[in-house]
Design a protein around this ligand. Structure first.
Ligand code: ZN
Length: 234
C-alpha cells in the first residue's frame, strides 16, 4: 500500500524491438500503458501474448527504465508536509505534480525542474519536531506521530488514536474522547498499553526520515530526463 511509479523505456517507441507477428499493428500506447487496440473480451490470448512479450521484449524488465516504490502513504505524506513546512514557494513543480493518489503522470518537461527542487530540499531540509508517546519510566517509545490520515495511527472498533505535539488522543467517529500529555494508560480504555505511566515527548525528526522516498523520486525524474518519457504514478 502506498505510491509506486515507473518510467517507460524507449525501446518500443524507437522501434528497436519487434513484437510477435500476431500483435503487429495492434499495439497502442494508452495513458502511458502499452495495450492492444482490440478489447480483452474475445481476444484474451492476444492480450496474454502482449503481457508475455512486454515482460521480456528488451533488456528492461517489463519495458520500464525504472520502476519504484515511492513510499507508503505515511512517509510520502510526511515528505509533502516537510516540503510545505519549508515553503511550497521553493517547490512549485513538485507542488503541481506530486500526486495525491495512485494515478496520473508527470511530463518529462517537468523532470529537470523537479530534480532541482529535490536537490534544494536535500541541501536545505530543516526537520521539525515530532511527538512520541513514551513509557514515562523507561523512556521506551510506544507510538510516533505520523502526518498522514490526520495523525491517526490505529483503528479498531471505530476508535482511533494518535499522538501529536498537544498530546496523546483518542477519537471515535471524529469526536475526541481523550487527550493528555501525561497519564496512566489504565484509565484509557481501548488502548494496548496496559497500566503503564505514559507521557508525550517531542524530538527532532530524523533528517534521513524521508530519504527512501526522496531517492526513489530522484531515480524516477532522472529516468524521465534521460528517456523523455513521463513519470507514471500508480
Ligand atoms: Zn527497453
Amino acid at each position: 500500500m502506498g505510491l509506486d511509479a515507473f518510467v517507460r523505456c524507449r525501446c518500443w517507441q524507437d522501434g528497436v524491438v519487434t513484437p510477435p507477428a500476431a500483435l503487429a499493428g495492434l499495439i497502442v500506447l494508452e495513458d502511458e500503458y502499452l495495450g492492444l487496440s482490440v478489447p480483452w473480451e474475445g481476444h484474451e490470448s492476444l492480450h496474454n501474448a502482449l503481457d508475455k512479450w512486454v515482460s521480456s521484449a528488451c533488456s528492461h524488465e517489463d519495458m520500464d527504465l525504472v520502476c519504484e516504490h515511492v513510499g507508503n502513504w505515511a512517509s510520502y505524506r510526511g515528505l509533502q508536509r516537510a516540503l510545505g513546512t519549508m515553503g511550497w514557494e521553493h517547490f512549485p513543480v513538485l507542488q503541481g505534480t506530486l500526486p495525491n493518489g495512485n494515478g496520473g503522470c508527470t511530463p518529462a518537461s517537468s523532470a529537470a525542474s523537479a530534480l532541482e527542487e529535490l536537490q534544494f530540499y536535500t541541501s536545505h531540509a530543516v526537520m521539525g519536531l515530532q511527538a512520541v508517546l513514551c513509557d514515562a519510566d523507561t523512556g521506551e517509545v510506544l507510538l510516533e506521530q505520523i502526518h498522514a490520515f490526520g495523525g491517526l495511527n490505529v483503528f479498531a472498533d471505530g476508535v482511533a488514536y494518535g499522538v501529536d505535539l498537544d498530546g496523546f488522543f483518542v477519537q471515535k467517529e471524529g469526536l475526541e474522547l481523550f487527550r493528555s500529555m501525561a497519564f496512566n494508560a489504565a484509565g484509557v480504555p481501548g488502548t494496548p498499553f496496559g497500566a503503564r505511566n505514559l507521557e508525550v515527548r517531542s524530538r527532532l525528526e530524523d533528517a534521513d526520515v524521508y530519504s527512501y522516498t526522496v531517492n526513489a523520486l530522484v531515480r524516477l525524474f532522472e529516468a524521465s530526463v534521460a528517456s523523455g518519457n513521463p513519470v507514471v504514478w500508480c
